[in-house]
Design a binder for this molecule. Structure first.
Ligand code: PHE
Length: 346
């Protein structure tokens, strides 16, 4: 019986088969159990000789059952592990990636070009006070130029009684730099500015970069050279021609509007060349000038000792010109198709 049982147990292929064999041998009605029951009807001598054999048979069958059970379970586990293995060599699905925004890209380029010219990057708060944004820039409470800025004012004055606003230009950073570090100064200040204005070429928030140089013996020639060198590097052209026109800003004296010459290339206006040549023209690009002596005084510098120039450029405008974009509002829609169209893809 034991040999037969062992053979059949070893041949069981599933745990279910094995269980029915267990019932067949060791269950209440099982054949081994039946043998055990016969012990009760035996004589003492018979029991002494048969007992150990029957018990050994039961133990043998039980061992065989548990041995086979462990083997079948191990096999099932191995199969499961094999089927659930991760293939680490499979390429992972690509996660969506963004790209650098053209405005950020241009601000980085600006910082890099001006760093080569020895300019550090300065910053100031976007929530500015009236004094830094206007008064210290020679725009008193009643100055008419204030009206041209379409300023977003905060309804209440702050704890110190200051009238707060969203800065309308980056020029307050001029004041902050002069007050904080004195002279000499060579900085650019890129950042967001705000004016209540919105159409295809104006958004209520836009970007400027301010430039400020304060030193001894600074004159308009330094301003022109700096802007020319910067624009040639930025537009990657040697034929950039500037035209300086007299203008007016309360914080510069004299004030100069700077135009850049453009030429027609296959129906597109491309910067470069003399704007006065036939088929060419001028494009207004930025405001600048020599820092007004009154501004130096407001910021605590002696105009007899220090002179300087300042300029302010629209960063969004620069990006549009460099990358051929035509609607300023699209800059702030966050549409990845628009970005990709102009080559700003991951
Ligand atoms: N702040 C001026 C503007 O926003 C630009 C400017 C800056 C002009 C510095 C002169 C000097 O229009």
């Amino acid at each position: 019986l034991e040999t037969d049982a062992r053979t059949r147990i070893a041949a069981a292929e599933t745990l279910a088969d094995l269980e029915s064999l267990r019932v067949e041998f060791l269950g209440k009605q099982g054949s081994v159990s039946a043998l055990l029951k016969t012990l009760g009807g035996m004589s003492a001598e018979e029991r002494q000789s048969e007992g150990p054999k029957i018990h050994a048979l039961r133990a043998g069958v039980s061992d065989a059952l548990s041995g086979r059970k462990a083997a079948l379970e191990a096999r099932a586990l191995e199969a499961q592990l094999a089927s659930e293995t991760l293939d680490l060599t499979l390429p992972a699905p690509e996660a969506p990636r963004g790209s650098v925004h053209p405005v950020s890209q241009v601000m980085d380029e600006l910082a890099e070009i001006f760093a080569d010219l020895g300019f550090a990057v300065a910053t100031g708060p976007e929530i500015e006070d009236d004094w830094h944004n206007f008064t210290a820039l020679n725009m008193s409470e009643t100055h008419p130029a204030r009206a041209m800025h379409d300023t977003f004012y905060f309804p209440d004055v702050d704890a110190e009684g200051r009238r707060m606003l969203l800065r309308t230009h980056t020029s307050p950073v001029q004041i902050r730099s002069m007050v904080a570090q004195g002279a000499p100064i060579r900085i650019i200040a890129p950042g967001r500015v705000y004016r209540s204005d919105s159409d295809a070429t104006h958004t209520p928030m836009f970007h400027q970069v301010e430039g400020l140089v304060i030193d001894k013996g600074i004159h308009l020639g330094h301003l022109k050279w700096t802007l020319e060198t910067f624009l040639k590097a930025f537009f990657e052209r040697d034929d950039i021609v500037l035209r300086l026109r007299p203008s007016y800003f309360p914080f510069t004296e004299p004030s100069v509007e700077v135009d850049v010459g453009w030429q027609d290339v296959n129906g597109r206006r491309v910067l470069g060349g003399d704007g006065d040549a036939p088929g060419h023209g001028w494009m207004e690009l930025l405001g600048s000038g020599m820092v007004n002596a009154r501004v130096l005084e407001f910021a605590g510098l002696d105009p007899a000792e220090w002179q300087g120039f300042a300029f302010g450029i629209g960063v969004d405008r620069l990006a549009m010109l460099k990358y051929g974009m035509d609607d300023l509002r699209a800059f702030f829609d966050g549409d990845q198709r628009w970005l990709a169209h102009y080559g700003f893809s991951p």
